[in-house]
Design a protein around this ligand. Structure first.
Ligand SMILES: Cc1ncc(COP(=O)(O)O)c(C=O)c1O
Length: 358
């Protein structure tokens, strides 16, 4: 190609997002969206947007959201960095910390965007393998020793849903010499958060997303939480107006309705327990999930890629990763009770079909 694209970009692979089918009849359990709609206050806030607001640029720092989130978390608004989805925060952190040949470390398997972000910088992706045994996902004790500019940890993890204890995270934050990003995109479905660690560690930043817990994946809104000096550095390299006026209004309304959000999280958690029990009964191996999805290892005699296709042909979408240590597993988002029942019933039928074929 005769255009001046930098060599490392021509050599890299881009991120592959999950499928977004146009057909709404599909039982869509593949991209960890919330199966429930956002708070009714969100639509009211969007409807209240005026033409005058559309004509003007939005607040550059999403002021209303910053205030509302600060109130919910009991922290200073200066510690909050609103972004165009959590993904933008990840890109900013990697861009800020990692130049050419710098090392970007992350637990693996984890979020498949991380190596892509490192490659964009001509930095070196450094996967640190999870110790996976008997359905447990353990973090190496000495991970803090890793030589890296930045360490990205998803907690609860994607795609496993497993949770790293607060004391382990505290130990890593204390000893690791680079910047530690704890990606809490799924924290709303988990019993603990690292929020309390932020005031103690200047090298720690948390990622939060409005896509999962608040049902706003279509809006693209996330935020970082860190000490004010770190947030101020990241502000220097972001877009001039990363969040638009509609998403700011929607996200502010959503985070302001904690009672609604908490009721939704409880419903998802309840369904997650049901789904886990059903999958285990069917012979799947499922590590305890603290998220809005489960990672199911297919029973002996089944092939995960084939099962993914069989479900797809019946209009049920789950996620299959053709990646090391994941090829025998499917990641299944927790849907509504009805969607979950359709999935389980279909799995029962597929299993019966397999038994008859033998
Ligand atoms: C682990 C993890 N982090 C961050 C994100 C980014 O979320 P968003 O950009 O939708 O806020 C996702 C989205 O799937 C994710 O799975």
């Amino acid at each position: 190609m005769n255009v001046p694209i930098r060599k490392h970009i021509t050599l890299m692979q881009g991120y592959t997002p999950g499928e977004q089918p146009a057909d709404v009849a599909v039982v869509k359990l593949n991209t960890n969206e919330n199966p429930y709609p956002p708070s009714p206050r969100v639509l009211s806030a969007i409807n209240a947007i005026t033409v005058e607001q559309l004509r003007r640029y939005p607040s550059p720092d999403a002021r209303d959201f910053r205030r509302a989130a600060a109130e919910v978390h009991h922290i200073d608004p200066e510690m909050i960095m609103p972004t165009n989805g959590g993904d933008e925060l990840l890109a900013l952190v990697v861009r800020a910390c990692a130049g050419e040949n710098a090392r970007v470390a992350y637990l693996d398997p984890g979020y498949s965007l991380y190596p892509v972000l490192a490659n964009m910088q001509a930095a070196v992706p450094v996967p640190v393998p999870y110790d996976i045994s008997a359905q447990e996902w353990r973090v190496p004790n000495d991970i803090w020793k890793i030589d890296a500019a930045v360490l990205l940890i998803v907690n609860p993890n994607a795609p496993s849903g497993t949770l790293i204890s607060l004391s382990a995270l505290e130990d890593i934050a204390h000893r690791f010499s680079g910047l530690l990003l704890i990606d809490e995109a799924y924290v709303d479905f988990a019993p603990t958060s690292a929020l309390g660690l932020v005031p103690r560690f200047p090298n720690l930043i948390l990622l939060r997303s409005m896509s999962k817990g608040y049902g706003l994946a279509g809006m693209r809104f996330g935020y970082g939480i860190a000490q004010a000096p770190l947030i101020a550095e990241l502000y220097k390299i972001r877009d001039s107006y990363p969040c638009d006026v509609i998403s700011i209004a929607a996200a502010t309304a959503a985070i302001g309705d904690q009672a609604y959000a908490k009721a939704v999280w409880q419903k998802v958690i309840q369904q997650r327990q049901w789904m886990t029990n059903q999958l285990v009964k069917l012979g799947f191996g499922v590590p305890e999930s603290h998220s809005n999805f489960v990672l199911a290892q297919v029973p002996i005699g089944m092939d995960a890629a084939t099962l993914y296709q069989q479900l797809k042909s019946r209009d049920i979408l789950v996620r299959y990763f053709n990646l090391p240590r994941l090829t025998d597993k499917l990641r299944i988002t927790i849907g509504t009770q009805q969607q979950n029942e359709v999935l389980v019933q279909t799995l029962i039928e597929i299993k019966k079909g397999l038994q008859h074929a033998r």
